[in-house]
Ligand binder design. Structure first.
Ligand code: ATP
Length: 273
């Protein structure tokens, strides 16, 4: 049941690893292999402590909801962060011009809830400005200091610019460089965001979601997709979304801990073109 609820592959592997450890411990007990049993017991204990650390905030939220008698909230569908037509129009107009002028751009759009910005390799520079075509176009001009990296958009605000995102490790077409891999990387780790990419080389527009790139898109197709995503009845998460998110959170946090120990320089953007 738990494995069905946890949709994320990495989390699934983590849970499977723990189950294997438990099984091995039971088998070693049955075979009377006391030393091995002792080692496995310690390993399971370590894993349980690690999971408690990884889960910290989720446990707190669970206990809070339990205390308030609102546990059912865990099963409720999260509604998309509302975006007015005006915000979508400003975004699409900016993307259209950037594409026509072959100005590279990368935008992370929060779709619901609160995106965990700890996943950003570098949080960039806080702006907190109203989304407008002019602001977005200005940020991505290659002469500005903030053009390198991504902008992070929450609701109708450009929260930050110059954000460095984790790269996807999946192999991609040779045409796709780090900008596109960053869009795939953030959307494969975080499910409540999508990414718009404009290629500097070809001007093509892409939309990344769940680690996949939809490309090339026309600006009208992009508008259609954004409207569908941000409409109140838009694609929400399905069955037991909060549990799914919980599973992905474990995967993400586990991964963040691992990445802290093995952060590679490949996650930084290449030098200014
Ligand atoms: N990890 C990252 N996070 C955010 N932005 C990044 C990251 N890596 C690269 N970028 C942005 O992408 C730019 C480099 O793009 P690159 O040419 O490697 O990618 P690309 O996918 O081929 O895109 P394009 O088609 O625009 O050339 C950098 O200058 C930087 O602005």
């Amino acid at each position: 049941m738990l494995l069905l609820i946890i949709g994320e592959r990495r989390t699934f592997w983590m849970v499977r690893g723990l189950i294997y450890l438990m099984l091995a411990s039971v088998i070693s007990d049955a075979l009377g292999l006391r030393l091995l049993g002792l080692v496995l017991e310690k390993l399971i204990l370590g894993a349980a402590v690690a999971i408690a650390v990884i889960f910290q905030s989720e446990f707190r939220r669970f206990l809070e909801l339990l205390g308030k008698g609102q546990v059912w909230e865990l099963f409720q569908k999260s509604s998309p962060t509302p975006k007015t037509d005006n915000v979508i129009d400003e975004l699409v107009d900016a993307v259209k011009d950037l594409s026509q002028n072959r100005t590279g751009a990368l935008m992370v759009l929060e779709t619901s809830g609160n995106l965990d910005t700890k996943v950003f390799v570098n949080p960039g520079v806080t702006l907190n400005g109203q989304v407008s075509k002019e602001l977005i176009q200005t940020i991505f001009q290659t002469k500005t200091l903030l053009h390198d990296g991504a902008v992070f958009i929450r609701g109708d605000r450009v929260v930050a610019a110059g954000v460095i995102l984790p790269l996807s490790e999946r192999s991609t077409s040779r045409q796709l460089g780090t900008r596109h891999r960053a869009a795939m990387g953030i959307t494969e780790r975080i499910d409540n965001c999508i990414c718009i990419v404009v290629s500097e080389e070809t001007g093509s527009i892409s939309l990344a979601s769940g680690g996949n790139l939809d490309r090339p898109l026309t600006s009208s197709k992009l508008k259609e997709l954004l409207e569908a995503k941000f409409s109140p009845s838009g694609e929400g998460e399905v069955v037991a979304p909060s549990w799914g998110r919980l599973g992905r959170t474990i995967g993400l946090k586990g991964r963040l801990i691992l990445e802290k120990f093995s952060r590679s320089p490949s996650a930084t953007p290449k030098d200014r073109k």
